[in-house]
Design a protein around this ligand. Structure first.
Ligand code: SF4
Length: 325
């Protein structure tokens, strides 16, 4: 059993050396967006998953180190394939690292156990805690996080507030938005009220950027992320991967729409813009790529470019034959 992985570049933490102290896939939630897949052991019971001595022995290899495998590490991070606060030994591991290693320690948690005074005590030695909170109503909490039975959002929220009030290190809250599930304007307003008095240094907005546990889960749009960022204020950053993934999804959606249009007849650029309610810049970018890939061809008519689909490559249902959209 090897609990160390990396160091890897983390979009949130820089160069991070991961500690995976929970066996796959043990968690108190079964989030619809989880890129680790379905939770196979849904539990809120804390226990020792790996022998303390064994884990401490592995941590001892980090003694005095700032650089691991040739890379200067920004954080040693408790994360991985489940909820790390389920491990009753997490406090011992954090304390060991703080006493023996100069690299700051971070804990990524889903917040589900912060109501437990012992858990708050266990992680108080960390330099940074990144708790997540994806819902501010019980319904959307149950829908998006699918927690262990009998765990209420009220209990989770109270734990988060209690923790933030006493923790001496930094707290960066993460909110992950899924289209149509927890990203409505009403959700935003509720989050704004809650976050107003929550003493966290940063709020990181994220969306689905890796294959989710449920295939029907969709990322929120860039427009939604920007709206949330604007309303929630200066502490908010949008995680870079979320932006890239959302852009990619938007472009894919536009390509699909262009394909559907052009398989019927030819259109000028202005006509495509009008039909799809998109700016010329967006449409030109997509048309140029499709042209390069042989999906779209163009001809000149009365001094204007006219675009039409390459019949052999754009299928009847609007999905191109190649490449995948
Ligand atoms: S809390 Fe994290 S590990 Fe657990 S199901 Fe949700 S995303 Fe996956």
């Amino acid at each position: 059993m090897n609990i160390l992985y990396g160091p890897l570049y983390s979009r949130r933490l820089g160069i991070s050396l991961g500690l995976d102290i929970i066996p796959y896939k043990t968690c108190s939630y079964n989030c619809i967006y989880c890129h680790e897949g379905e939770t196979t052991f849904l539990t809120l019971d804390r226990k020792e998953f790996f022998p303390l001595e064994n884990v401490l022995h592995q941590l001892s290899t980090l003694k005095g180190k700032r650089i691991v495998k040739g890379r200067p590490v920004d954080y040693i991070t408790f994360a991985g394939s489940g909820e790390p606060t389920l491990d009753v030994n997490i406090g011992s591991y954090i304390n060991y690292l703080k006493d023996n290693c100069p690299i700051p320690v971070a804990v990524i948690t889903n917040s589900s156990l912060l109501w437990d005074e012992k858990v708050r005590q266990d992680i108080r030695g960390a330099d940074l805690v990144v708790p997540s909170l994806d819902a501010v109503t019980e319904d959307s909490f149950q829908m998006i996080n699918r927690p262990v039975p009998h765990l209420s959002l009220e209990k989770v929220l109270q734990g988060l507030v209690d923790f933030c009030e006493v923790f001496q290190g930094a707290v960066w809250l993460e909110i992950l938005l899924c289209e149509g599930i927890n990203d409505s304007f009403e959700d935003l307003e509720r989050f704004a009220v809650l976050l107003k008095n929550l003493p966290v240094q940063k709020i990181q907005l994220n969306t689905v950027s890796r294959p989710p546990a449920e295939s029907w889960v969709r990322p929120s749009s860039l427009q939604t992320l920007s709206q949330w960022k604007d309303l929630l204020g200066a502490r908010v950053t949008v995680v870079e991967d979320a932006v890239n993934s959302t852009r990619k999804n938007m472009e894919e959606a536009l390509r699909r729409k262009v394909a559907v249009l052009l398989q019927k007849r030819s259109y000028t650029l202005e006509e495509i813009q009008r039909e799809l309610h998109k700016s010329g810049h967006e449409v030109i970018k997509v048309l140029a790529r499709m042209e390069k890939e042989g999906l779209v061809e163009r001809t000149l008519k009365n001094g204007k470019s006219v675009f039409y689909g390459n019949k052999g490559r754009i299928m009847g249902n609007g999905a191109p034959t190649k490449p995948s959209y």
